[in-house]
Design a protein around this ligand. Structure first.
Ligand SMILES: Nc1nc2c(c(=O)[nH]1)N[C@H]1C(S)=C(S)[C@@H](COP(=O)(O)O)O[C@H]1N2
Ligand SMILES: [Mo]
Length: 195
């Protein structure tokens, strides 16, 4: 239930669990990629001074941050008070040092999914590369081991199972953005479809 004093973005209805029981999720493969932490690598490249290939241990060494936020899917469901923990996108920026020309970052996922955001959108304090939800490691279906969380945008911007982040001077549209969903995806402005 939404608390009485809380305002939800337009057109959203709260559901109890982010596991979306009973909700048909339009995931692009309908099965969860299985990722082994021993061989996992997060590549960060593109228009940056210091490209990286991080092992899982390297990811865990980055400064950790906790942030509680609501999660809004473009199909109209919201999950309130998700307690995420992970690495703020800002820390990634500090590590790789984007070149002056860099404007956006694209996310590639183990299932082939992609999405992208501007560096300005990614600079919000509540934007995390999350590895825990409610103090537990992410479940496979929620993006194990590493996913993006962008609370101010519809959930198709919150990439699951991230394997690569590529900085660029020109923004490349992601999987759903190429198929008619809004690239701005602002939940408060009801930006659901591209015009
Ligand atoms: N890699 C990947 N990330 C993805 C998707 C996907 O199909 N593949 N679907 C998006 C959509 S449409 C939603 S609603 C959320 C679902 O996130 P959840 O599993 O945490 O509920 O993941 C987003 N990120
Ligand atoms: Mo979604």
């Amino acid at each position: 239930m939404a608390s009485k004093d809380r305002e939800l973005p337009p057109g959203q209805t709260p559901i109890k669990s982010i596991l979306r029981w009973g909700i048909d999720h339009p995931g692009i493969t309908r099965s969860n990629p299985k990722i082994d932490l021993e061989t996992y690598a997060l590549t960060i490249d593109g228009t940056v001074e210091n490209p990286q290939k991080l092992s899982w241990n390297d990811v865990l060494k980055l400064p950790t941050f906790k942030s509680t936020s609501d999660f809004h899917c473009v199909e109209g469901w919201s999950v309130l008070d998700c307690k995420w923990q992970g690495v703020r996108f800002k820390e990634v920026v500090n590590l790789v040092k984007p070149r002056k020309s860099a404007r956006s970052a694209s996310f590639e996922c183990a299932d082939g999914y992609t999405t992208s955001l501007t560096l300005e959108e990614l600079s919000c304090d509540d934007v995390l590369l999350a590895y825990k939800l409610d103090d537990k490691p992410l479940e496979e279906g929620l993006g194990f081991p590493l996913r993006l969380v962008v609370p101010g945008k519809y959930a198709y911007k919150s990439a699951l199972w991230i394997t690569r982040i590529t900085f660029a001077s020109e923004k490349e549209l992601g999987y759903w953005e190429k198929r008619g969903y809004s690239d701005t995806a602002d939940v408060w402005k009801d930006d659901r479809f591209s015009s």
